[in-house]
Design a protein around this ligand. Structure first.
Ligand SMILES: *[C@@H]1O[C@H](CO)[C@@H](O)[C@H](O)[C@H]1NC(C)=O
Ligand SMILES: *[C@@H]1O[C@H](CO)[C@@H](O)[C@H](O)[C@H]1NC(C)=O
Ligand SMILES: *[C@@H]1O[C@H](CO)[C@@H](O)[C@H](O)[C@H]1NC(C)=O
Length: 454
């Protein structure tokens, strides 16, 4: 405690001495001192400077001229009121000399729970954001950007929300957001579906006919619909100055309480968290869960006309990857999970998988049990523990996750690098494909120290 008070006293003393020094210098220099403007460009804007941190992330350093809340305010009044009466202008300069701070416009945790950007409060309102709690030790505000239909944004981590957010939207039309790069060194946009509830596909061919989410202007992305809370998508924005990317929620058909909140973060080109090229979904970490769009063990339907790659970053010292179908459970109440099916539907890509009867896996591209309509590709996949087999397979489909023809789900391994999984569905389901849900797979990377040769 003594140390803290000591520090505060020293600070006050320094401030006092420095103030005297300044006023002495001022007498000598006259109004010249006034031109020593700090932190502002001639047009009155705050100075911004692009810097690159050791990770290669580009960010902006901002100079704030703001009094630190709390103690210094007392120093100020002590000095100005009791020691020497001063003008407001003098106070301003005095404070700017001693409280100039620099902080980076980095991501911050907003008090709303959203991801914001740390800005000065003036900059936040200038740019149309909403201040949500402090950042940079109170010198900045965590600024959250929300945007809705018909708007455009170039702010990092903007939330695209439905009309009437946070309430639902039950109407038809087209709600479009235009995304511009924050600067030319942005290569990708990561979309996080914090909330994504629009009407699902029609039940015969699983086409997104009434509602759909469409991305235009980036790399081709399939139209999706239904429920996709917690899922994500990467959009390639190209190198340099490119045309904007548009996100569009098209709603039509019967009444439905829709709501969406899509977080759009801008990923600089030379960062380690940039996704590999051509991946619609990108996962990092030794283990994780991959779900097809609109997957849900209770009611979700596999979407037709999908064609994309899911990439998993190879973590250091990991040489293979294993996949297992997720447990077929739903959260009912207070994070309590119950099984909704007598047999797992966590992998149901083709065949009539509606009932409780087991539906076999199908594999490969040739023969009666091959995958020619809807499938996933895991390059050179085999069942774990099955060594010495003549060949591995690539395509897997049917109603059971297995690289051999079987009705028993298994764990599948691949050592092909980079780790990728490709998803393909055509535009027909009925009559041969009924009740397909798509897939939910848990993955675990396998260390190189294991003998992974298959
Ligand atoms: C956008 O925010 C994310 C998350 O905070 C960050 O990783 C990324 O570098 C930011 N992009 C820019 C252009 O600042
Ligand atoms: C977004 O905010 C959450 C919660 O504050 C935090 O855990 C996460 O790391 C943030 N994401 C980014 C990209 O900054
Ligand atoms: C599971 O099997 C039990 C007993 O055979 C049956 O009563 C129940 O309806 C089945 N559950 C479902 C979801 O079909």
């Amino acid at each position: 405690m003594a140390a803290v008070r000591g520090y505060a006293t020293v600070l006050l003393l320094c401030v006092f001495i420095a103030e005297i020094a300044v006023s002495a210098a001022e007498v000598a220099e006259g109004s010249a001192a006034r031109t020593r403007g700090q932190g502002r460009t001639p047009n009155g804007r705050r100075r911004q400077q692009a810097v690159t941190d050791p990770n290669g992330a580009v960010s902006f350093v901002q100079t704030a001229r703001r009094r630190r809340p709390g103690a210094p305010a007392q120093h100020k009044s002590l000095l100005s009121d009791t020691l020497r009466p001063t003008t407001v202008e003098r106070d301003g300069r005095f404070l700017s000399l001693f409280t100039i701070v620099q902080f980076q416009n980095q991501g911050c945790a907003a008090s709303s729970g959203d991801n914001g950007t740390c800005l000065t409060s003036a900059e936040c309102s200038d740019r149309g954001g909403v201040a949500s709690g402090p950042c940079a030790n109170g010198y900045g505000v965590c600024c959250v950007f929300l945007a809705t239909c018909g708007q455009s944004t170039k702010e990092n981590c903007t939330y695209f929300v439905n009309q009437g957010y946070p309430g639902p939207y039950d109407g038809t039309g087209s709600c479009q957001l235009t995304i511009n790069k924050a600067h030319p060194d942005i290569c990708q946009f990561r979309l996080d579906f914090d909330q994504f509830n629009i009407a699902g596909p029609e039940p015969v061919d699983h086409m997104c006919n009434s509602d759909q989410f469409i991305v235009a202007g980036g790399n081709p992305a399939p139209a999706i619909c239904g429920i996709n809370n917690g899922n994500h998508m990467y959009i390639d924005a190209g190198v340099g100055n490119t045309n904007p990317v548009t996100l569009n929620f098209v709603t039509s058909g019967p009444s439905f309480p829709r709501n969406w909140k899509v977080k759009i973060c801008q990923i600089p080109c030379n960062t380690i968290y940039r996704a590999e090229e051509g991946c619609l979904q990108y996962f990092t970490g030794v283990s994780g869960q991959i779900k097809s769009y609109n997957y849900d063990p209770g009611a979700g339907l596999q979407l037709s006309k999908q064609d994309y790659s899911v990439c998993i970053r190879m973590e250091r010292n990991f040489c293979g990857i294993q996949y297992t179908a997720c447990p077929d459970t739903v959260c009912v109440f207070n994070a309590r999970y119950i099984s909704v099916n007598n047999r797992t539907h966590a992998f149901s890509l083709s065949g009539n998988t509606q009932g409780q009867n087991a539906v076999s896996s199908s594999t490969g591209t040739l023969g009666p049990n091959s995958c020619n309509t809807d499938w996933i590709i895991i390059p050179c996949a085999t069942n774990v523990g099955r060594t010495g087999l003549p060949a591995c397979i690539d395509r897997i489909c049917g109603g059971t996750f297995n690289t051999e023809i079987s009705t028993t789900p298994t764990t599948v391994i691949s050592t092909v690098k980079p780790f990728r999984l490709t998803v393909h569905t055509n535009n027909v389901e009925a009559p041969s494909d009924v009740g397909n849900r798509g897939f939910c797979l848990n993955y675990v990377q396998q260390p190189c120290t294991n003998n992974l040769d298959v």
